[in-house]
Design a protein around this ligand. Structure first.
Ligand code: ADP
Ligand code: MG
Length: 326
């Protein structure tokens, strides 16, 4: 259908059509289907994530960052599976054709796609409330995908990067933090929320090493609960061992815990590894260029226990974000 102002096809041609760079793309944008050639013997890993204005992003986000984030949250799912990105598609609903907005969105998307050596190979464009849905396609050798179901009692719990800054940024946007005190830090905080870096290289480096993995989109407590349920285990997390920025560490403890445990939008990897493999995990992290921290242990007793560095229980309601939750 036509989305007005130069039409749907003009819009696609102007912003979302570029010659494919990857030799794996046999056929890109322009036909009824795209054709992508995975490497021989590999399985496809597929994931979709949708961003809706007002739900997943604020109207204040620069379009370029929105384009980045829309792809980043999808690549993060491939990272969590230890899959290598191949290509992506983009389904877009637009209230109107705004070429400046679209150019920015495309720029952010292409930049991240290029950084990961993938092409945009197709999609769909329609008029409607602003909605961006990307599907990513990746590949992984049979049996090597990192799953949520592989955590075993005794495994150690690890997390990449730092947690909680995206949530802290949201608090700042909501006027819950004294902006004057944040000053220059606000831009950095905002970057954490608007331009997450998908940990694709780490996911690949953790193949054959991590027993389970998930990416942190809805907050550590909620996302870890998915792993625990799928694996039929429980865990204790040391909240003092959770990695955080100096800025978050300077906030009141209750706010720190909220941001670290139920923050959301971190897009770091949470993964489990059999004990005694610290050197290998740190080697993988070095290879991927991202720091990792050991922050807990998998146990047979179901449920999540949060303690401080002295082993004292830390109480709170750490439920993860649920769009249809109460
Ligand atoms: P069809 O009607 O067969 O579904 P369309 O006319 O919707 O195809 O799209 C024409 C071509 O443009 C297809 O190759 C489709 O994948 C691509 N396309 C449509 N929207 C987008 C978009 N937002 N980004 C990238 N490619 C797109
Ligand atoms: Mg179509």
């Amino acid at each position: 259908m036509s989305a007005g102002g130069g039409g749907e096809f003009g819009l696609i041609a102007r912003h979302f059509t570029r010659p494919a760079r990857s030799p794996r793309v046999v056929l890109g944008v322009g036909d009824d289907c795209a054709i992508v050639q995975p490497d021989p013997g590999q399985q496809l890993a597929i994931s979709s994530d949708m961003l809706v204005e007002g739900r997943h992003f604020l109207p204040t986000v620069p379009p370029e960052r929105l384009g980045h984030k829309a792809l980043a949250v999808n690549l993060s799912d491939l990272a969590a599976c230890g899959a290598e990105p191949l290509a992506c598609t983009l389904a877009l609903a637009l209230p109107r054709v705004d070429d400046d907005f679209l150019a920015g969105l495309a720029r952010g998307l292409w930049a991240l796609a290029e950084a990961h050596g993938i092409d945009l190979v197709g999609g769909d464009t329609t008029a409607g409330p602003l909605n961006i849905c990307i599907t990513v396609f990746g590949q992984v050798p049979p049996g090597q995908a990192l799953l949520r179901s592989g955590a075993r009692p005794g495994d150690e719990l690890w997390v990449s990067g730092t947690l909680g800054d995206a949530r802290l940024a949201l608090e700042a946007f909501r006027g819950q933090l004294p902006m004057a005190a944040l000053a220059a830090d606000f831009d950095r905080l905002r970057l954490a929320m608007e331009m997450p870096q998908p940990r694709v290289a780490l996911g690949l480096a953790l193949r054959g090493l991590a027993s389970s993995a998930i990416d942190l989109s809805d907050g550590l407590a909620g996302d870890l609960a998915h792993v625990l349920r799928r694996s039929g285990v429980g865990a204790t997390v040391d909240v003092d061992a959770l990695p955080r920025s100096a800025l978050l560490a300077a906030q009141p403890l209750a706010l720190q815990h909220q941001c670290l445990l139920s923050g959301g939008d971190d897009y770091e990897l949470l993964f489990t590894v059999a004990p005694g493999r610290h050197a290998e995990v740190h080697d993988a992290a070095r290879l991927a260029g991202v720091p990792v921290s050991c922050c807990g242990r998998i146990e047979t007793t179901p449920g999540l226990r949060v303690v401080d560095r002295h082993g004292q229980p830390v109480v709170g309601d750490w439920r993860g974000f649920d769009h249809f939750g109460a």
